[in-house]
Design a protein around this ligand. Structure first.
Ligand code: UD1
Length: 338
């Protein structure tokens, strides 16, 4: 049984579908803090299988121990975490407690079980900050985190790297995501941000759906081709598939080191204006937007060097930016009844 924490969330739910399509049995643990129970129906519709669900916040160490007693857990993919950058600046204690407390409770149970349960960690390209060299390889230096959220990812990776040294046979892969977007082809699951979206693509689709009058592009005076920030937008289904490949890599003893890191991106940078153009192309709509001030904390450009993921992990993206944006728009229309 594969434990997927945060399995009702955006990336988690798509990963559960990919796991089930490959025949893995899945147990989701989710506290419903940023997801709804209906996502379970969506996962079932997308994959044909309803995963098991335990509603629990992983900070509850007794609850976590009970899960490990009740189920034969043979792999863990750990998504459960709070992820709002701005909120983490306001609530650092809550962020460290939740994101690191959850991780520590899982690791304590793995230690107690005396079984080296394969572990996949949800990390972020945010650990590279403003990288000096593009595209970004896994060897790029880690920069001081710009937010408590980002720091929980850095410290989480350090905790895992220390733990593999201490627990015999324990193997971990940290996956550093670039910008996940899009929705499953079945249109049964997708991104469901609570409140006003902070991320670009849900803000675009919600604006087009009429929830907001216009999108503000955060700055067009950056040193990039068109002056707007460049990011590596990766289809969430491609990203989900990488988790299955990473898990199977540990399970089949293919890892070369006990702690491995992979960047997950397409390798292609797209500017904010290019994303808007893609949306207009696939939707046939005109998006209302204005150029505004820069957003504090944004890096100029970030996109992945995909060589290690391609050659060592044996995974690469299959889906284009237009496909990802089209799927995000199809999902938004469904959610809004359009
Ligand atoms: C953000 C986080 C990152 C986190 C990731 C998780 C920051 C600084 N970074 O990445 O740490 O791992 O989300 O989802 O918050 N944009 C606009 N207008 C908008 C929204 C966004 O122009 O209304 C631009 C941003 O300036 C940026 C790009 O779109 O250039 C992508 O923004 P976003 O989707 O928030 O992702 P990141 O900032 O790359």
């Amino acid at each position: 049984m594969i434990l997927v924490t945060g399995g009702l969330g955006f990336i988690g739910s798509h990963t559960v579908v990919s796991l089930q399509e490959k025949g893995h049995e899945v147990l989701i643990v989710d506290d419903l803090s940023n997801a709804t129970i209906e996502v379970l129906d969506g996962i079932e519709a997308a994959s044909g299988t309803r995963p098991k669900l335990e509603v629990l916040n992983l900070q509850d160490s007794v609850g976590v121990a009970e899960i490990f007693q009740a189920y034969n857990i043979t792999g863990i993919i750990h998504f459960a975490a709070a992820k709002a950058v701005g909120e983490s600046v306001q609530k650092p204690i809550a962020y460290y407690q939740n994101n690191l407390g959850s991780l520590l409770n899982l690791l304590a149970e793995i230690e107690k079980s005396h079984k080296p349960i394969p572990f996949i960690f949800s990390s972020s390209c945010t650990v590279y900050g403003e990288a000096e060299t593009l595209p970004i390889t896994e060897r790029a230096p880690i920069q001081p985190a710009m937010s408590p959220y980002g720091n929980t990812k850095q410290v989480g990776e350090e905790i895992l790297a220390d733990t593999v040294n201490a627990l015999e046979g324990f193997r971990v892969i940290s996956l550093r995501y670039f910008n996940p977007i899009g929705a499953h082809a079945s249109n049964a699951i997708g991104e469901l941000p609570l409140g006003k979206p902070q991320n670009l693509v849900p803000f675009i689709t919600q604006t087009a759906a009429g929830l907001y009058p216009k999108l503000t592009v955060f700055g067009n005076d950056y040193p990039t081709a068109d002056g707007t920030n460049v990011r590596d937008y990766i289809h969430v289904v491609d990203l989900a598939e990488a988790h299955v490949v990473a898990l199977e890599r540990i399970t089949s003893n293919e890892t070369s080191e006990a702690y491995e890191v992979f960047n997950l991106g397409t390798g292609k940078g797209s500017s904010v204006l290019e994303v808007i153009q893609s949306f207009e192309r696939v939707s046939g709509l005109k998006l209302t937007y204005e150029i505004g001030d820069r957003r504090a904390g944004d890096v100029v450009a970030a996109y992945a060097d995909t060589k290690k993921a391609n050659e060592v992990l044996g995974w690469k993206t299959q889906r284009s930016l237009d496909e990802a944006i089209a799927s995000a728009w199809a999902w938004e229309k469904k959610v809004r009844g359009l």
